[in-house]
Design a protein around this ligand. Structure first.
Ligand code: B1M
Length: 210
């Protein structure tokens, strides 16, 4: 469908207005919201990632792409969360200390909400103490840690260590994800699960609360 390519191109060009226009048009045309996210918004962001790495795009342009993608996601969020599913469980999720990457984690939140989870999205740059406090406040079954940088993924380990120190580790399952994270890293730091993308995170959480 050419709409997906147009949408991906608009994300790549950081064209907020056009991303919203195309997203709205696709919603009107009853295109599956998850398809719009995966084949339009994420497809565009993937190209941005490749170009950023190749130094063919720079931080301000990447920010504009990210904002455009968020503009599209904002329109889709009510449609994804619009399910009659009973609450599947409670999840606290955040991007770890030192890390400002928000998009993937927000997508994971949307998909989990769509599966009926009550999600407390703490945001980005969340230190271990804040995760511990959130576990005390919200009493989730699952804590989700996201990291996009090889430097910040180490803060996942510190967060798990502080949960142990606070005597809370046995009360929650900890899942980790983000581009540099792997199953072997998850095993190494003592997490209960790892997922490579938002859909896999949903399946993992459903398994963990079953
Ligand atoms: Co940043 N950045 N960035 N960046 N950025 C990466 C991650 C990078 C790979 C780019 C590159 O060099 N190719 C690189 C990291 C290198 C490394 O550590 N190995 C990088 C860098 C270096 C940096 C800076 C240091 C750049 C600089 O300033 N010199 C800086 C760091 C700032 C900081 O955090 N302290 C920085 C800044 C930024 C922006 C602010 C410009 C912007 C973020 C805007 C925002 O989020 N609001 C940005 C962006 C957009 C990217 C890329 C281009 C795209 C990330 C993204 O949103 N992808 C990225 C390159 C890339 O990933 N290809 C890059 C789309 C998103 C849907 O995918 O986040 O992977 P992703 O999430 C997926 C899965 O990973 C998984 O599910 C999601 C959905 O399917 N997932 C989970 C994620 N969290 C999960 C949690 C789970 C389960 C699954 O359970 C809890």
């Amino acid at each position: 469908m050419s709409g997906f390519k147009d949408l991906a191109d608009a994300v790549i060009n950081g064209d907020f207005v056009r991303v919203r226009e195309i997203t709205l048009r696709m919603i009107d045309d009853k295109v599956d919201p998850l398809g719009i996210i995966n084949d339009g918004l994420i497809a565009g962001m993937n190209v941005v990632g490749i170009r950023f790495k190749a130094e063919d795009m720079y931080v301000p342009e990447v920010m504009m792409s990210a904002k455009s993608m968020a503009g599209g996601m904002e329109l889709l969020k009510p449609l994804i969360a619009e399910t009659d599913m009973p609450s599947a469980g409670t999840i606290v999720i955040g991007t770890v200390k030192g890390d400002l990457h928000d998009i993937g984690k927000s997508l994971v939140c949307m998909i989990l909400e769509s599966a009926g989870f009550k999600v407390f999205n703490l945001g980005t740059d969340i230190c271990p103490e804040m995760f511990v406090q959130a576990v005390r406040d919200y009493k989730p079954q699952i804590v989700g840690l996201s990291a996009l940088l090889t430097t910040t993924m180490l803060n996942m380990k510190s967060t798990i260590e502080l949960l142990i120190e606070a005597g809370l580790r046995d009360s929650v399952k900890v899942i980790v994800g983000g581009a540099p994270v792997s199953q072997s890293f998850a095993d190494e730091i003592g997490a209960d699960g790892y997922s490579s993308d938002a859909m896999a995170a949903k399946e993992l959480c459903l398994t963990l609360v079953a």
